[in-house]
Write a protein that binds this ligand. Structure first.
Ligand SMILES: NC(=O)c1ccc[n+]([C@@H]2O[C@H](COP(=O)([O-])OP(=O)(O)OC[C@H]3O[C@@H](n4cnc5c(N)ncnc54)[C@H](O)[C@@H]3O)[C@@H](O)[C@H]2O)c1
Length: 286
């Protein structure tokens, strides 16, 4: 049963890490979901990912529906025309402006004028993406976090041309899938990346200046400010290269205060990318 706030049918463009998580979240809340992928091999990978996520949620009893009933409401496709009739489409293709705007425009053409489009971009401008659309008033940002099932925050990004009422509608969707929305005006880094990166950059500068060890800087925030994980360890988990990319982007849009410390650039150049490479500010052995 669909809760009244959840669209009956939700399309997702890009069935990677985020897309599968987003489709799964709407599915558990009662929607029918269709994932659009670029080719049949990727569609198959997305289907396997979604099926695994469904199995896990049935095993963990996070749904009362059976695996078969849930699976019956899923589909994958490589043809944008199959998203016709969906009420909401969330785009989650890789972070590339041209790719995102091409896919959003392609899907917009097949949708009913009453349906909505959203982008899960972590950093691109919602206003610039909207400028390529026929109905920018029906478009906004829905920034989910990774991993989607256990991350309860969703940033709703309001563009300049996002229609009145759509933000309230989006709040309803987010709450209906069991997550907490915050509303952010379109601006570089939205709320989460901007603040998260600002703290991480300062922590790296402190390490660089020998103010304290990485362990102690993190402990200051964990014990002193109740952060669940310290800013340096979190940077290792996100990837030093990913954070460097965001900091370069924020420097170019918000100014020098986001300039990456030399230590961050150096570690990335040396291939020390954090958990994924085994070494960042900490050594990762698992
Ligand atoms: N991974 C994260 O931590 C995270 C967190 C929040 C937001 N995001 C954002 O979510 C988006 C997706 O990230 P991801 O980590 O899921 O990436 P990903 O690489 O895991 O998935 C992207 C998917 O898009 C598919 N794709 C590529 N071109 C396509 C096309 N033309 N048509 C349809 N599908 C296509 C790929 O096959 C792939 O399955 C990005 O904008 C990213 O910035 C990522």
């Amino acid at each position: 049963m669909t809760s009244s706030a959840v669209p009956q049918t939700v399309g997702v463009i890009g069935g990677g890490r985020m897309g599968v998580g987003i489709a799964h979240a709407f599915l558990l809340a009662g929607a029918r979901v269709v994932i659009l992928e670029r080719d049949s091999a990727s569609a198959e990978v997305a289907e396997v990912g979604l099926t695994d996520a469904i199995t896990r949620s049935v095993e963990r009893r996070s749904t009362q529906e059976s695996e078969d009933d849930l699976l019956a409401r899923t589909g994958t496709t490589t043809d944008a025309a199959d998203l016709a009739g969906t009420e909401l489409v969330v785009e989650a293709v890789p972070e590339d402006f041209a790719l995102k705007s091409t896919m959003l425009a392609r899907v917009e053409r097949v949708l009913e004028p009453t349906s909505y489009l959203a982008s899960n971009t972590s950093s691109l401008s919602i206003d610039e993406l909207a400028s390529k659309l026929e109905r920018p008033d029906r478009f906004l940002g829905l920034h989910f976090f990774n991993p989607v099932p256990s991350s309860t925050l969703v940033e709703i990004v309001r563009g300049e041309r996002t229609g009145p009422g759509l933000v309230a509608e989006a709040r309803g969707w987010v709450e209906a899938i069991g997550k907490t929305p915050i509303v952010v005006r379109n601006s570089p880094g939205f709320a989460s990346s901007r603040l998260g990166v600002a703290i991480a950059l300062e922590a790296i500068r402190m390490l660089e200046e020998g103010v304290a060890s990485a362990e102690d800087i993190d402990t200051a925030m964990v014990l002193g400010y109740k952060f669940p994980v310290g800013p340096l360890r979190l940077t290792d988990m996100v990837g030093l290269d990913v954070r460097l990319g965001i900091s370069d982007y924020l420097e170019s849009t918000l100014g020098e205060r986001f300039a990456a410390p030399a230590l961050l650039r150096q570690l990335v150049e040396q291939g020390h990318l954090g958990r994924k490479s085994g070494q960042g500010f900490f050594t990762w052995t698992e």
